[in-house]
Ligand binder design. Structure first.
Ligand SMILES: [Zn+2]
Length: 402
């Protein structure tokens, strides 16, 4: 199948006008083999480097923000109405096994939050789960990683010590931890402790790093350590993000995450807008790397992720609303996504595209968004129905467009 688009963004440095994308997929039916989409821009699907799939409940928890450190918020969050309401669907019994009970209802909600905003790859920060957990999703949830919740709270949710977890990576997969998420002495001392434990490595992915100094950021750059910023979560909880200007100055491998909606915004499209609003001097072309090529590197993803080729089985087609393909993302809403293709499978988009694929209609949910007929893989409407029946009333989620 060939799709002729207005603009093709191969990566942040390479774009071409009036490009033709050839779709590689084992699901094509060859009945409709060409699409003329002059109003669309083709991108590589986005990568969300930090989410907690099981925690995408609303509204956000905590009323005493900004907090000097997130450790205080975590305890407050556990008493919040929002968290207690979520617990009626799935309660963590301390084992943090996301294949048990109703956890799948919540993690699927998290998957749809990402799908409807153009993400087809997610890092779900949680203790490592059984293989079946990662294999059940229609998009990629990274399986090969090691983690620690944070140095200040340890691996309270499961997993070995930070040192043992890092050792188990053998340098071949990311080692991910929340670090320095605050502004007080405890948050400021976290980086020193990370170094002391020999955890500052090229495969380390620091989440937040708000309290990191210029010197700390410089060290991350020299070593090749990646840092993930979750703008809305950081601003809401702590009142600031990591020193982004310095991250760009030292060319740190910076990536973007949403965090869960218990502290973050509805989805990555909002996070992109919030990041740009907070740092207007940084061009969108550079910000684009945070959820594409930089994320591919930080998460040890195959080369085919985070960039686009003329022949591909991963593509994201978005309505052109702005002449600049990077600035276009600042105007993109969920309904502007016309096709998200992952591993050759249509995941979300406009129904017209489905004519080109040999798919089982019963595996999809169809709905209208404005005047457009949309499809999405699976059945999110059944998930919300099930949640409503558990709660006994209807619950809305801002990241679901139906
Ligand atoms: Zn987090």
């Amino acid at each position: 199948m060939k799709i002729k688009v207005n603009t093709c963004v191969y990566d942040s440095d390479t774009i071409s006008q009036d490009a033709i994308i050839k779709i590689k997929s084992s699901h094509l039916n060859h009945q409709k083999s060409e699409f003329d989409c002059k109003e669309l821009i083709a991108y590589s699907p986005f990568i969300n480097s930090h989410d907690h799939l099981v925690g995408n409940w609303v509204p956000r928890a905590g009323t005493n923000n900004p907090y000097p450190t997130t450790d205080i918020w975590v305890e407050e969050m556990k008493q919040s109405e929002s968290y207690l309401e979520r617990n009626r669907v799935w309660f963590n019994d301390g084992k943090f096994d996301l294949t048990k009970g109703n956890a799948n209802l919540l993690t699927s909600l998290g998957i749809y939050k990402n799908i409807f905003s153009g993400c087809s790859t997610i890092q779900d920060h949680a203790p490592n789960q059984k293989d079946e957990y990662y294999e059940r999703f229609p998009i990629k949830v990274i399986k090969k990683y090691k983690q620690c919740h944070s140095l200040s709270m340890g691996n309270w949710w499961g997993g070995k010590s930070a040192v043992e977890e890092l050792k188990a990576t053998k340098g071949k997969m990311p080692f991910i931890l929340h670090l320095a998420e605050g502004t007080n002495e405890k948050a400021r001392s976290a980086f020193v402790e990370l170094e002391k434990l020999n955890l500052l490595q090229p495969n380390t992915l620091i989440i937040h790093g708000i309290a990191l100094t210029k010197e700390d950021i410089k060290k991350c750059s020299e070593i090749g350590t990646s840092i993930c910023c979750c703008p809305e979560s950081n601003l809401f909880l702590i009142g600031r993000t990591i020193d982004i200007k310095t991250c760009f100055e030292f060319n740190v491998n910076l990536v973007l995450g949403t965090d869960s909606t218990m502290s973050g915004s509805p989805n990555i499209l909002s996070e992109i807008k919030i990041f740009k609003k907070q740092f207007p001097e940084i061009p969108m072309k550079k910000i684009f790397k945070l959820f594409t090529s930089n994320a591919q590197k930080a998460l040890f993803l195959p080369d085919s992720y985070g960039k686009l080729n003329n022949e591909t089985s991963h593509v994201l087609l978005i309505k052109k609303k702005n002449e600049d393909p990077f600035d276009n993302l600042l105007e993109t809403e969920m309904e502007d996504i016309e096709l998200l293709l992952h591993q050759g499978s249509p995941i979300y988009g406009n129904q017209d595209f489905l004519n080109a694929f040999d798919i089982k209609l019963e595996n999809y949910f169809f709905f209208e968004l404005g005047k457009t007929k949309k499809f999405v893989i699976g059945h999110p409407e059944r998930i919300t129905q099930e949640i409503d029946s558990i709660l006994g009333y209807h619950k809305d989620f801002p990241y679901l467009p139906f």
